[in-house]
Ligand binder design. Structure first.
Ligand SMILES: [Zn+2]
Length: 281
């Protein structure tokens, strides 16, 4: 009888851990056969088992990105607008020159692209780190300016990143909806070394981001893809890199999504799933 009570106690504790509600059976069997749980659960009983118990539950979390370095490049910066000379300085991008950076766009309600990309980057970083990745951001806050696009690319190269994702939101026509992924063009001596891997990364990001409910862009590219040879962040990268234009901030339907914290969380989940697909599958 004593052994049976102990078994009942253990069963109740384990079912509580797994979150299920299980009616107490009249005959108690082994917990491992009567309890269905997807967690790996360790039960340690301390003290007199018939009067009190302490349960330590440990969950084995898959960490498929262990050993991978991901650089997240949140587009623009919150105070770029206050530094027109610095961000207007031309930098060399491998096949020409371009402004160090730009202010980015905003929704009609005034939610800025810089604030959005910063918020989304934080969410993506947290998810990737939970999956075991080493994550490096190209900027450390949203109240400064820069860095320039050549430096953003250099950060990916210096860290020997396994993947770089630049997060943006577009300033397209008000009538145009949707997201698109920008991959580097195949430019000899510049991006020919990362062209194929970046195209695969683009597919992973595209296919995962489709699941957020944001449609593919109907005003640019084809089926949510474009290829560019005029972006310093892609041209100067020596590691697989893409830009994700997460939606069109100038379109009111897209803007509602982009400004919604719930959507941003969904977007972060999609981006992190894309990196698992690209790096771990
Ligand atoms: Zn942008």
């Amino acid at each position: 009888m004593r052994a049976s009570l102990s078994g009942i106690c253990l069963l109740l504790i384990v079912t509580a851990c797994s979150g299920g509600t299980v009616a107490l059976p009249t005959t108690v069997g082994s917990p491992s056969t009567t309890v269905t749980t997807t967690m790996t659960t360790t039960v340690t009983t301390i003290g007199p088992t018939t009067t009190s118990s302490t349960v330590l539950a440990t969950t084995t979390v898959p960490r498929p990105l262990l050993g991978n370095t991901v650089v997240i490049d949140p587009g623009h910066n919150g105070m770029n607008w206050a530094h027109p000379e610095e961000i207007g300085r031309l930098v060399y991008i491998g096949n020409g020159s371009k402004a160090c950076n730009t202010t980015g766009t905003s929704t009609s309600a005034g939610y800025t692209e810089a604030e959005f990309t910063w918020a989304l980057a934080q969410l993506v970083m947290a998810r990737l780190e939970d999956l075991g990745a080493t994550v490096v951001l190209t900027r450390q806050d949203d109240d400064g300016w820069g860095p320039c696009i050549d430096e953003r690319a250099a950060i990916g190269n210096r860290n020997n990143a396994d993947a770089v994702i630049s997060i943006h939101a577009d300033g397209g026509p008000e009538s145009g909806r949707g997201f698109h992924v920008i991959r580097p063009a195949d430019t000899v001596g510049l991006t020919d070394d990362i062209y194929e891997a970046s195209a695969l990364l683009a597919v992973a990001v595209h296919d995962s981001y489709m699941e957020t409910g944001m449609p593919v862009a109907d005003y640019i590219g084809a089926d949510g893809y474009t290829e560019r040879d005029d972006l310093g962040g892609l041209n100067l990268s020596d590691v697989p890199a893409v830009f994700l234009e997460t939606g069109n901030m100038r379109n009111d339907e897209d803007a509602v999504l982009l400004a919604d914290p719930g959507f941003r969380d969904t977007a972060a989940a999609a981006i992190s799933a894309a990196l698992v697909r690209f790096l771990a599958d």
